[in-house]
Design a protein around this ligand. Structure first.
Ligand code: WT7
Length: 653
């Protein structure tokens, strides 16, 4: 293979300026755009908002009364109109919006005209069930085209959607439906997963036993499996949708009307319903999608491998790409079905030019071996993206070499459910890349790094990442909990948004993200709070107390390490550990299954009784124990550590 080796390349500190070839056709090739945006950042965003179609122009660009932002106030706009109608009106109805592929290899080609037709019919179907502006619609399904259709149908009539990832359990679904008081649930009989099926409707029915707000359930037939059918409440998608009129005028929404709620983990067990509104969100989704991915709508084939159940799918499968008239690939299944080359086969088949995936996936591909990408034709690719967690330089270079053929820039994009769209990222035609760095805040974005006291640390320096000014796609709050919104994000460092991430800047001002500093773990790019897993563990009858930390893991970024105190009368055992791990998976979802469980008699606590997870992290990472002076009983950690090392001899290497 190519020389030098990845190790040598990293050791020499190589940087990656955009190639002449890439620059020739790039949308942005110099850094003037940063200065332009800096001179008048509100004006900059206003110019980007003008790229959308508004029914009525806004009166003010920004009203900012911390922590409440209003972007493009008074403006009237509809997200579904911007994603569909305007392209069809402009003569692009026949352009493919989605090349969809099912896990079994079945395919559907959906044009913009097709999508507009089906979205309008479903929108009318929802209306016929009494859903209108402001009513919340819960969505729980796999990666089928109807999922994207549902989001857009909701947006069309002004009914905020609340998508619950199809891998979540009945309890998680129930809690989210109840928190948002959704009136309708759109789901499917089942979902296809690794050759088998997941019984979505059965899980939904369990949840719905305790969801008084739900009046109707719309069910897509996907797997054909048997399902219970509640007369008067349930309706098949294929009975509801085709009979509706394909004419559904888009609701002119206020720029600040709620587009959706999406739940994300917080530091307490209760998930936060992150609220996104319409005009600003769509502006930043569209702008970032166009410029970070250097998009050419007439020729590019874009593939974001995320699930629409996460924010990445909302912003970069649905809203951003469609607003920009992109042709996208949408894939239902896993990357190893039927074989570990499935992603590369998809790229080959559809001629994907831009691939956007996650470091955890990239590390998995590295583990599987080079032969899988090597046996496929990946020459259509011209740009690669990464999102979800810090990408380690080894994975970056492997991605660049084995997937990008050393010709595609890799854009590492930092953002959050809360930020709605990409915030820190290269512009691939203008930015010199450094493997592992998300480089700089995008034009118009204000970021900084501060110390514990909120004082900027300067360059170079490390500390906590903050955002220094409002941005169009920022969250507008936490559903039903304005106080938590203020406290979580705006109260730590006065006047600034606290992202919860550690970061440092090098001599050249490049940002290097360092992971979460709070008690949120990032497992395979998914946010899981320590508290959530601890709640699940102590929900087991035999568990007295539990503490959970994220431990560095080569593949998943972080893995969950649990420390458990059993109630008297229960003996620790392998089987018991397995039972507890399964218990958590059943309660929260397989993604939250702890990798290891250590039974202990004590947990390190401060005198005020707070578990010192920092010390447990040190134990699970086998670091020198940090400062133990505030510990009530310093002997406890040493005991746990001895035990942990006995159980995990491999970690000592
Ligand atoms: C957290 C947000 C953004 C969609 C997927 C996750 C981490 C995300 C990066 C990146 C370093 C990253 C952060 C952030 N993160 N992208 N490129 N480099 N860290 O959304 O579930 O809201 O998680 O993911 O820790 O705070 P999320």
């Amino acid at each position: 293979m190519s020389e030098p080796t990845i190790e040598a390349l990293l050791a020499e500190g190589r940087t990656f300026p955009p190639s002449e070839e890439f620059r020739e056709s790039s949308l942005v090739t110099d850094v003037d755009v940063y200065d332009e945006a800096e001179r008048d950042w509100q004006g900059f965003w206003a110019r980007q908002a003008q790229q959308l179609d508004w029914f009525e122009e806004w009166e003010t660009v920004l009203e900012w009364d911390l922590p409440d932002a209003k972007w493009f106030s008074g403006g009237r706009i509809n997200a579904s109109y911007n994603c569909l109608d305007r392209h069809v009106i402009a003569g692009h109805g026949d352009q493919v919006a989605f090349h969809w592929e099912g896990e079994a290899g079945d395919t559907r080609t959906i044009t913009y005209a097709d999508l507009l037709d089906e979205v309008s019919r479903l929108a009318n179907g929802l209306k016929s069930m009494g859903i209108g502006k402001g009513d919340r619609v819960a969505v729980y399904m796999g990666m089928v085209p109807e999922l994207a259709v549902t989001l857009l149908a909701c947006a069309r009539i002004g009914a905020p959607h609340s998508v619950v990832f199809g891998g979540f359990t009945a309890d998680s679904l129930r809690d989210r439906i109840n928190d948002a008081e959704a009136k309708v649930l759109v789901t499917a009989d089942g979902a296809c997963r690794r050759g088998g099926t997941i019984a979505l409707k059965e899980i939904a029915d369990q949840a719905l036993a305790d969801c008084p707000s739900i009046e109707h359930v719309v069910m897509v037939r996907r797997t054909g499996q048997d399902v219970a059918f509640v007369e008067g409440r349930d309706v098949w998608y294929h009975d509801l949708v085709p009979q509706q009129s394909a004419d559904c005028p888009p609701e002119p929404m206020d720029s600040e009307d709620l587009l959706y709620i999406l739940y994300t983990s917080g530091t307490t067990g209760k998930p936060k319903g992150i609220m996104h509104t319409t005009g600003g969100y769509l502006t930043q989704c569209a702008w970032t999608h166009k410029y970070v991915f250097d998009l050419r709508p007439d020729t590019d084939v874009f593939w974001c491998t995320a699930d629409i159940g996460w924010v990445t799918g909302h912003s970069y499968i649905v809203y951003g790409p469609l607003a920009n008239r992109t042709t996208s690939v949408m894939y239902e299944g896993t990357p190893d079905y039927p074989d570990k080359d499935r992603f590369w086969r998809l790229i080959e088949r559809y001629g994907v030019t831009i691939l956007y995936t996650a470091p955890t996936a990239i590390r998995t591909f590295m583990k599987w071996g080079d032969e899988y990408p090597d046996r496929c034709d990946l020459s259509s690719l011209r740009l690669l993206g990464s999102v979800g967690e810090p990408i380690n330089p080894e994975a970056w270079v492997w991605y660049w070499r084995h997937i990008g053929g050393e010709r595609c820039p890799v854009v590492d994009t930092w953002w959050q459910t809360e930020t709605g769209a990409i915030m820190i990222s290269p512009l691939p035609g203008a930015t010199t890349l450094k493997p592992g760095s998300a480089t700089y805040p995008l034009p118009g974005i204000g970021a900084d790094i501060v110390d514990e006291a909120g004082v900027p640390v300067g360059i170079p320096g490390g500390g906590y990442l903050v955002l220094t000014r409002p941005w169009p796609s920022m969250l507008r709050g936490i559903w039903g909990d304005p106080e938590r919104y203020f406290k979580t994000y705006w109260n730590t460092y006065k006047g600034r948004y606290f992202a919860g991430d550690g970061a440092k800047r090098d001599e050249e001002g490049y940002y290097w993200l360092l992971g979460r500093v709070d008690d949120v773990m990032l497992v395979s790019g998914h946010n899981i709070s320590t508290a959530e897993v601890e709640h699940a563990l102590v929900g087991h009858h035999a568990v007295a107390e539990a503490a959970v930390v994220g431990k560095t893991d080569k593949v998943t970024g972080q893995a969950i390490a649990a420390f458990v105190i059993l109630r008297a009368g229960n003996e620790p055992s392998e089987e018991f550990a397995k039972e507890l791990r399964d218990h958590v998976a059943k309660n929260i979802g397989p993604i939250a299954r702890p990798q290891s469980i250590l039974f202990t008699d004590d947990l390190p606590k401060t005198r005020s009784g707070k578990i010192m997870r920092r010390l447990l992290r040190d134990v699970s990472e086998d670091h020198e124990l940090g400062d133990t002076t505030t510990l009530a009983d310093p002997g406890v950690v040493a005991g746990i550590k001895a035990k942990y090392l006995r159980d995990h001899p491999a970690d000592e290497e």
